[in-house]
Design a protein around this ligand. Structure first.
Ligand code: CP
Length: 322
């Protein structure tokens, strides 16, 4: 076990051994999910709050289910039905919830760095469930798990990520995680969709969809974030679909064993044709299933670190004579 972090804020700086620890732990929990009784008593007495300041279907339900499968107590917070509507700040909201003696907080927020901010004001373990366009580490870990499950060791494998990369936290977390496992990553899309820091990610960049996908082991397609296109990133959605959309004709130019992935939610008929999304090369629903096991693994590993800290506390107090 080489996981020693108290928080999961991103995959930047997380090493190969740590990622493999998460994936190997998730593989054990994935087996639990296939049992008739899909629950273990591991985290009885641990309380976890899910703080969602932004919309979510998959991540939110997956975290809640992972917590329940581990027998933790779960609290769900939705900004739209909370005192945030009366002007309460993120810090006050989080500190009030911490005062109810929670052990861990999962946070999704539209501001990059919101999870990091909470680590400075709370004593609980923090998991980033997506912060603006910065990172979405558990999505990347479930992507890595799904890829490894289908094609084995990712070292030297070619993974192409197509689409709205500039707005995508998934693309960045995927790139960090894939690099740590030795995969070759290509970003493909219009040049207006490439983030300023793309060189830092160590990926190949191209606007040629055929070049990017014809020999890829995995093609991960991103949602066009329609709500964030007002900056003139795209001439039109129809133009994007014609140039970069993945349909049967484009799939036919790829390897016959290519994996088609998408983090969801899908704009059907925009970045991905419905018959490809639902077709035999698609592992999109496997990603969702695996997400529960991966989140169980992360929650379990962070809880272990927290428990170890607590066990060490009496020794520290004895050392200082208390
Ligand atoms: N993939 C993902 O983060 O989906 P949600 O926004 O539904 O959580």
């Amino acid at each position: 076990m080489s996981w020693t972090n108290k928080h999961l804020l991103g995959l930047e700086g997380v090493g190969r051994d740590e990622i493999l620890t998460v994936l190997d732990t998730a593989a054990k929990f994935r087996e639990v999910l296939d049992r008739p009784v899909k629950k273990v008593p591991t985290l009885r007495g641990v309380t976890i709050v899910n703080l969602f300041f932004e919309a979510s279907t998959r991540t939110r339900m997956s975290f809640e289910l992972a917590e329940k499968r581990l027998s933790a107590d779960t609290l769900n917070f939705s900004a739209s039905t909370s005192s945030v509507k009366k002007g309460e700040t993120l810090r006050d909201t989080a500190r009030n919830i911490e005062a109810m003696m929670v052990d861990m907080a999962v946070i999704r927020h539209s501001s990059p760095g919101a999870p990091h901010f909470l680590t400075q004001h709370l004593d609980v373990s923090i998991i980033n469930a997506g912060d603006g366009a910065h990172e979405h580490p558990t999505q990347a870990l479930l992507d890595l798990f799904t890829m490894r499950d289908h094609i084995g060791d990712l070292a030297g494998k070619r993974v192409t990520i197509v689409g709205d990369i500039v707005h995508s936290r998934v693309a960045k977390s995927d790139a960090w995680g894939l690099a740590a496992l030795g995969a070759d990553v290509t970003f493909c899309g219009p040049t207006t969709f490439m983030p300023a820091e793309v060189e830092r990610l160590g990926v190949t960049v191209t606007s040629d969809i055929h070049e990017a996908t014809h020999d890829a082991d995995v093609v991960n397609i991103l949602r066009i974030q329609k709500e964030r296109q007002e900056g003139g990133f795209l001439p039109s959605l129809r133009e994007y679909t014609r140039l970069f959309g993945i349909d049967q004709a484009r799939l036919a130019e790829m390897r016959p064993d290519v994996l088609i992935m998408h983090p969801g939610p899908i704009n059907r008929g925009v970045e991905l044709a419905p018959d490809v999304a639902d077709g035999e090369r698609s592992v999109i629903l496997d990603q969702v299933t695996n997400g529960v096991a991966v989140r169980m693994a992360i929650i379990y590993l962070l809880s272990r670190v927290r428990a170890q800290e607590r066990i060490e506390e009496p020794e520290i107090l004895a050392e200082v004579g208390l």
